[in-house]
Design a protein around this ligand. Structure first.
Ligand code: GLA
Length: 731
């Protein structure tokens, strides 16, 4: 059992293979956080907390004359509100008497075999062989009768701990929740830590930023209604000296697709607090007596082995404990071609079939019809919401089109953007009240479209019916689920005035309900998420969809950074990556090598490729399939940092048994008469000998890791290399 209660010390310790996490019911029944880091066995870690009088930091009344106990200086599992802790709170609740106060004391705890589940939100699950346990700790405010249940999921083997929170109103009148954080983690000494985050923008998602934490509140979050292009709900706290290979790193990955907030505060005593949860901006949630609110799950990991060690923990966990799609484990992902950059919205059935025919020569398994097939949709000003086939374009009908594609021995995929509506659409004309729009004001337009009010059950039911009808009407193998704007005008005409602060969150709950229904009704369909590229690439989306479109930016050199940033938490098998016309001077082979750091496919007009180019593509599609067991199931290593100066970017994948590896490198800059450069491999067995690309010579893992592989010289611009390493001896 990974959870141990020590009745003498009153500590509860969560044990994973290499880490410990400890809390304790301390003075006056406050739940103190004692430790998270490398395993400490069952040591009572409360010896670290020194009690001394700290001027201007208040003391709870019950401590009588003792001035040495202050919540302002205690490390806590769930920081309070208006109780003398002036640091970042975990909760802000307006009680029925109008007071802003939460004073939770530990009253109960429960250890349960197996992993908890959430009723309204996605959560990680225990795969068959996992040992997973749950700890529930109940905090009660005896005056307001607000009860908080802190949930902990302990995945011993995976070295992962999840947290979530439930709020219950046990009182007899309504309360209003204005802030609820899913995780609060206090460090007694946080002066030497850095915060790594993943900011970006459209076309440049998840770039990497590292900042030293100093004495203020570092805020990372989104108020765009989605997890966003601009920030990602994943952060790392690490030692100041942490690198790819060494150093302590803590990861926090929030399983939520809406507004989120992470705050890291270094306090007056150099203690560090990190909180993460739903963004409190325009969030006010009413809880009537006996009602429960769930906060989303945070997946936490700790390692002493630098960023690579942390990425490996997340990659392994997200490959087995996040998404139940059969495409995660049982069925190999197809090589696809998507019509978007080939035809945009200017196509008919004949053009699509011709692209598919040409793509057949390129080793493509799946043809995807992107935006433009439904309603009246010749440009992006109309048609969204009308989820029926436009037979002026698809003259033969969807069923027949799919039959023709299937006749080429290819599967068929289709695009939707269910959450959106165009003003020029039958849906909007019939139901203008279904959009989010503030009464008396014009709605903000973005890509000339409006957002449907996903908090309404009638909207959800409409989408479930329409999308399912299309999926049932033809042999559809794949769905791309897009959303192409941020949310504004947050207002629902189904919700009373005083509860409009719930709409942001209810939108997300409605979205999850729709996705859950469609996915469960069609378990054999491969779903890919998309949001104007990678604007909603988060763990919650990956709970539903096994893959997500990384970015609309297909330029292979930009992609090096995009894949690098994304890889810190999300594994290769989740990263939608295609070869397109973008990158005029970049060879096809290079584009393919870059796309093999993801789900691999094409996004171009295949009919425009000549025989030679099609042949190159065929070879690359075959290589993707050949290396699938390495790239999708192996360990991923970032070998260089594309954000730093350097003449090449390299990465590699190594099978779990270390008998095979694929080293990939792209030359990003050619220097005249420059020094010889080497790609230093990682993750190999030092004493094992490897053959490279079937050449005669063999090299020890130690040689390849310490001296490296020389990068060939005198190559054309943007050349790329793939070195397939295969072990030759038995060790
Ligand atoms: C978004 C997606 C693209 C494409 C277009 C269609 O921008 O990211 O891949 O599907 O929408 O409108």
């Amino acid at each position: 059992m990974g959870i141990v209660f020590n009745s003498t010390a009153k500590t509860i310790t969560l044990h994973t293979k290499n880490t410990s996490y400890q809390m304790k019911t301390g003075n006056l029944d406050y739940l103190l956080h004692l430790y998270y880091g490398p395993s400490i066995r069952d040591t009572d870690m409360s010896y670290q907390i020194m009690q001394y009088d700290r001027g201007f930091s208040g003391n709870p009344y019950e401590s009588r004359d003792a001035r040495t106990f202050s919540l302002d200086a205690q490390p806590q599992e769930f920081s309070t509100q208006q109780q003398g802790d002036f640091r970042t709170p975990s909760i802000e609740v307006v009680n029925s008497d109008g007071s802003y106060s939460f004073h939770g004391k530990a009253v109960n705890y429960k250890i349960i075999k197996g992993k908890y589940n959430l009723d309204t939100l996605p959560a990680a699950f225990a795969a068959d062989k996992d040992t997973a346990d749950t700890l529930e700790v109940v905090l009660l405010d005896r005056v307001s009768n607000v009860e908080i249940t802190l949930l902990y999921g302990v995945f011993e083997e995976a070295d992962i701990i999840t947290r979530a929170v439930r709020v219950k109103n046990l009182g007899s009148r309504s309360i209003r929740l204005k802030r609820i954080m899913s995780v609060c983690l206090d460090f007694l000494n946080g002066a030497d830590m850095d915060l790594v985050s993943f900011p970006g923008r459209y076309g440049q998602e998840r770039q990497v930023e590292r900042q030293h934490i100093n004495h203020h509140i570092h805020t990372i979050g989104s108020v765009r209604g989605s997890s966003s292009h601009q920030q990602n709900p994943f952060v790392i706290l690490c030692d100041r000296s942490a690198t790819e290979d060494y150093g302590k790193c803590y990861g926090f990955s929030l399983m939520y697709s809406g507004n989120f907030l992470t705050e890291a505060e270094l306090d007056q005593y150099d203690q560090l607090r990190l909180v993460m949860g739903i963004h409190p901006r325009q969030f006010v949630y009413e809880l009537k007596p006996q009602e429960v609110f769930e906060g989303p799950e945070v997946v936490m990991a700790f390692t002493e082995h630098g960023f690579t060690g942390l990425s490996h923990l997340y990659h392994d966990f997200y490959r087995t404990n996040l998404c139940k799609s059969k495409f995660v484990t049982e069925v190999q992902r197809p090589v696809l071609i998507n019509s978007w950059e080939a035809a945009f919205m200017d196509f008919d059935d004949v053009k699509l079939v011709n692209i598919a025919k040409a793509a057949k020569n390129m080793g493509v398994d799946l043809f995807v019809m992107d935006d433009g097939w439904f309603g009246k949709r010749d440009d992006d000003n109309s048609g969204l919401g009308d989820w029926f086939v436009n037979e002026n374009k698809i003259k033969c009908g969807l069923h027949r089109l799919v039959e023709q594609i299937n006749g080429l021995d290819m599967k068929f995929g289709i695009w939707f953007e269910p959450e959106m509506v165009s003003e020029d659409s039958d849906l909007y004309r019939a139901h203008p009240e279904w959009v989010m729009q503030i009464p008396g004001r014009h709605a903000v337009r973005s890509r000339n479209q409006l957002a449907l009010d996903m908090s309404r059950q009638d909207v959800q039911d409409y989408l479930i019916e329409k999308v399912n009808a299309i999926l049932d009407n033809a042999n559809i193998y794949y769905v791309k689920w897009d959303i192409n704007r941020s949310l504004a005008d947050i207002w629902s005409n189904k919700i009373p005035a005083e509860r409009q602060g719930e709409v942001y969150h209810r939108y997300i709950l409605g979205l999850y309900r729709v996705m859950d229904n469609i996915i469960k009704t069609h378990p054999d369909i491969l779903f890919e998420g998309c949001s104007g590229g990678g604007g909603r690439y988060d763990a919650a989306m990956l709970h539903y969809y096994p893959q997500y479109w990384v970015s609309d930016n297909n330029h292979p050199i930009d992609r090096l950074k995009l894949h690098y940033g994304t890889s810190f938490v999300y594994p290769t098998c989740t990263m939608g990556a295609h070869i397109s016309d973008s990158g005029k001077f970049v060879p096809l082979e290079t584009k393919a090598i870059v796309a093999m750091c993801g789900t691999f496919g094409y996004e171009l007009d295949a009919t425009q490729l000549n025989k030679k180019q099609q042949k190159i593509c065929k070879k690359q599609s075959d290589l993707f399939r050949k290396y699938y067991h390495i790239t999708f199931k192996g360990d991923y290593y970032r070998l260089t940092n594309p954000f730093e100066d350097g003449n090449f970017t390299a990465w590699m994948h190594v099978t779990k048994n270390k008998r095979e590896a694929l080293v990939s490198a792209v030359v990003t800059n050619l220097t005249c008469n420059g020094p010889q450069e080497y790609i230093k491999a990682k993750g190999l067995k030092p004493d094992t000998f490897y053959r490279i690309n079937k050449e005669k010579t063999v090299y020890s893992g130690a040689a390849l890791m310490n001296a490296g592989i020389p990068i060939p010289r005198e190559v054309p611009e943007y050349s790329a290399f793939q070195f397939h390493l295969k072990a030759v001896n038995k060790q």
